[in-house]
Design a protein around this ligand. Structure first.
Ligand code: GTP
Ligand code: MG
Length: 576
């Protein structure tokens, strides 16, 4: 029997600012609509905007670069919403596509959500085609030059992104706009299809690994069961397999499967498929994941490696709250940033693993060129250059548990930013390295995380007691229990090493032992200071205060440096 013509499926995302013409373009490109195409959902029609992912497809002959022999190339279009409040759906859509079309209204150019879609594309997509839409709105005479001008502008916008040099195609998906008759032929669409074919590539479809499918629609068929349609993100599925729906905590057997109205017995990563299982209430799972039983984990906190998104204007402060998209779910979470210890700053990046043996340095904020803490680094570093580590991490603590695959994509956003503020709300992106499934992770897990804070205390030597001990002051508050500091090393500004020996008196003073003895010049300094004090301080108490004030010019200071692990329940002070 002749081999069935191969049908290769490439998922193409249609992203862009609201009203740029994404749905009109999807309609113009597609011949076969799926159940959820073209804003058929009642609310979309009512509000005239796309509220959810719309799927449709069209087929063309297999282009030469995809290998010999009979076959077809199927483009599955994932038409994403444009409205700023639906960015989570856009992020979900962007994770199931191989190639992205960024739709730009040629009369408006880059708009706020166009920029956010570009950011999402850089994080989640390999390839992009820019579509300048609505060219019919450009007056005939000036159309070509206006298109060239916008093309140059887009090339400039893309030049330091990974999509630099990508194809830019000018079209009119619906010339004449909403009033135009259906019969009005779109402009430039066949040229766009040729460009899409030239950009099509064989995404690494890997049928091995756990089955994971992002469900975007769910509906019941009388007498058959409940159908979940979605895109397979990893692994494969066959008739009769057991699949888990983590959100409902149920496992069901696959009764039948369809791909665009054609019954199939097998589907794998990248395919878009409808799976029918025994009856359950479809309203329970409008969106969610279906997977190999037990292959996902539900986590309360996570360690991620991350990068700040360059267009994000705000600072990334530790303890701040962000909307965190983990895989296909978005929850509120609090972040704590940390970096490699200074000695490891140039350590190679560890892509998909986290080393619990290492020490990490707590950071008040994500280190970037313009962050405050980098300023301090600049001072410490002779070159005056801001030393940034190659990799940084964050501890995320979620307000409610989230179900996700391991090593999934994470995006942090400030979605409560006013959507009319023309600013990118996407703050950072990264990879989930370690999830914490135990809700008592603070006790059971975090002590393993060796993030430390450097503590730096300064005090003064009040006077020498003898050649091997001095009295120090103003290192601790009066009420501090100095006992816990006994034995810690300190450094005098004159170079001597000392050990905190005991408390001294009641006002927070303490005795320091200098094992190698005071240097002669230190003794001279201290004697001079005490002479000055005794001269000025004779009999007159206020004078004493007076002189103790210019004690602040006291020549010999004491530095106490130690580190403390943030999650060490004993709060031990450690000195290397
Ligand atoms: N003149 C003209 N109007 C267009 C063209 N393409 C789309 N439109 C109109 O622009 C409006 C928005 O089109 P949609 O396709 O819904 O835009 P969208 O990007 O899908 O919108 P959202 O999904 O809500 O972000 C509609 O009134 C379309 O008729 C075009 O090429 N020319
Ligand atoms: Mg739309």
């Amino acid at each position: 029997m002749a081999a069935l013509p191969r049908v290769l499926n490439v998922n193409v995302g249609v992203l862009g600012h609201i009203d740029s013409g994404k749905t009109a373009l999807a309609r113009a490109l597609s011949t076969t609509g799926s159940t959820a195409a073209f804003d058929r959902a009642p609310q979309s029609r009512a509000r005239g905007i796309t509220l959810d992912l719309g799927f449709s497809c069209f087929r063309t002959a297999l282009p030469p670069q995809l290998g010999p022999g009979p076959g077809e190339l199927q483009f599955t279009l994932v038409d994403c919403p444009g409205h700023a409040s639906l960015i989570r759906t856009i992020i979900g859509g962007a994770q199931i596509i191989d190639l992205m079309m960024l739709v730009i209204d040629v009369t408006k150019g880059m708009q706020t959500q166009s920029a956010e879609c570009l950011v999402i594309g850089q994080i989640a997509c390999q390839k992009m085609v820019v579509v300048l839409n609505k060219i019919d709105l450009l007056p005939e005479g000036k159309r070509q030059s206006a298109i060239e001008k916008m093309t140059k502008k887009m090339q400039k916008t893309l030049e330091n992104t990974k999509f630099c040099g990508c194809p830019i195609v000018a079209v009119a998906a619906k010339p004449g706009g909403p009033e135009a008759p259906e019969s009005e032929n779109p402009l430039g669409v066949s040229e766009l299809i040729e460009v899409l074919k030239s950009q099509a590539y064989l995404p690494s479809r890997d049928p091995s690994g756990n089955f994971l499918m992002a469900v975007d629609h769910c509906f019941s068929i009388k007498g058959q069961g409940t159908v979940m349609t979605g895109t397979i993100l990893s692994g494969s599925v066959s008739l009769g397999d057991n699949v888990e729906i983590p959100a409902l905590k149920v496992t069901k057997k696959v009764k039948s499967m369809q791909m665009f109205h054609t019954p199939v017995t097998y589907a794998m990563q990248g395919d878009r498929v409808g799976i029918c299982v025994t009856q359950f209430d479809p309203k329970l799972l409008e969106r969610g994941l279906v997977c190999t039983p037990e292959s996902l984990h539900t986590i309360h906190a996570a360690i991620i490696s991350l990068k700040k998104i360059q267009y994000f204007r705000g600072a990334l402060q530790t303890k701040a709250k962000f909307h965190i998209t983990v895989g296909h779910e978005t929850v509120m979470g609090r972040v704590m940033f940390f970096s490699p210890a200074p000695a490891d700053f140039n350590e190679e990046i560890q892509e998909n693993a986290f080393d619990f043996e290492k020490d990490y340095l707590y950071q008040e904020e994500y280190l970037s060129k313009d962050s405050k803490s980098s300023e301090e680094n600049k001072e410490n570093d002779q070159s005056g250059e801001v030393q940034l580590p190659r990799q940084q991490w964050a501890l995320l603590e979620f307000e409610k548990p989230v179900t996700c695959p391991k090593l999934c994509l994470v995006i942090g956003s400030k979605l409560d930013t006013d959507i009319h503020a023309n600013t990118c709300r996407l703050a950072f992106h990264g990879v989930l390295l370690q999830g914490m499934e135990d809700k008592n992770y603070i006790e059971t897990f975090l002590p393993k995380l060796k993030v430390y804070k450097l503590k730096h205390k300064e005090g003064q030597v009040e006077r020498a007691m003898d050649d091997y001990s001095v009295i120090g002051r103003s290192l601790f508050k009066k009420e501090t229990n100095i006992q816990i500091f006994v034995g810690l090393k300190v450094k005098l500004s004159t170079g001597e090493d000392g050990l905190i020996d005991s408390g001294f008196g009641q006002s927070g003073k303490f005795k320091i032992r200098i094992p190698d003895g005071l240097k002669p010049e230190t003794k001279t300094l201290l004697t001079a200071a005490s002479k000055k004090k005794s001269k000025a301080g004779k009999g007159d108490a206020n004078k004493e205060d007076e002189s103790s004030k210019n004690d602040s010019a006291q020549p010999v200071t004491i530095t106490l440096l130690f580190k403390r692990y943030v999650f060490d329940t004993q709060k031990k002070m450690i000195q290397s």
